[in-house]
Design a protein around this ligand. Structure first.
Ligand code: FE2
Ligand code: FE2
Length: 193
């Protein structure tokens, strides 16, 4: 099958086709925002990083038991390049996939996927309910409180930061800034405006 470069429009169409849940869509936009921010900062291909972020959990709503592998299948049927498929599938390394993150794109996605959840929960407990005034230290304060955002596995984020070769603080800062850029789309602009 001929491989074409996927567009954001195509990625969005797939996301909407496979995910009706508003919270899953928002998670996809959050991850896209952070991936774009990190790609830009590193001089990498922002469009590619963002698109992989958008579709990384494509199968989660309809095929939770086949998470990761089903996404690989769907993107394969769509004729997406292997690089994009690997990027999406490797985010579940050790959980739902045995594809280990190797490229900077893959390592970044692996590192920030769960972290976006922690940043979102941190925003929601603020009076403003806004990601616009979340700071690194507010996220760090909740790091060891295992009951806070209990579903977020901190050890995966730490492993991801290590693989990427960045300090945890920098990774948290990038994640906050990337999410701030899409605050409106992810429903975390708060009640100020
Ligand atoms: Fe996932
Ligand atoms: Fe995810």
């Amino acid at each position: 099958m001929d491989e074409k470069i996927p567009t954001r429009g195509k990625a969005l169409e797939l996301l909407h086709r496979y995910n009706e849940s508003e919270s899953l869509r928002k998670h996809a936009y959050a991850v896209e925002g952070v991936m774009r921010y990190m790609a830009r900062k590193r001089g990498e291909d922002e469009e590619k990083w963002g698109i992989v972020g958008l579709v990384h959990d494509l199968d989660y709503e309809k095929f939770p038991d086949q998470h990761c592998s089903k996404t690989g299948e769907i993107l394969g049927e769509q004729g997406w390049p292997e690089e994009y498929i690997r990027g999406a599938v490797s985010h579940g390394w050790g959980i739902c996939s045995d594809v280990m993150p190797q490229t900077p794109l893959e390592k970044a996605l692996y590192a920030i996927d769960e972290l976006t959840g922690l940043v979102a929960t941190t925003a929601l407990i603020r009076p403003s309910k806004s990601v616009l005034d979340v700071q690194v230290k507010s996220v760090k304060n909740k790091w060891k409180d295992k009951r806070f955002a209990a579903g977020v596995d901190r050890s995966i984020i730490e492993k991801g930061a290590q693989m990427l070769g960045v300090e945890l603080d920098e990774l948290i800062d990038d994640t906050i800034k990337g999410m701030q850029e899409v605050a409106e789309a992810i429903g975390l602009k708060g009640n100020s405006g």
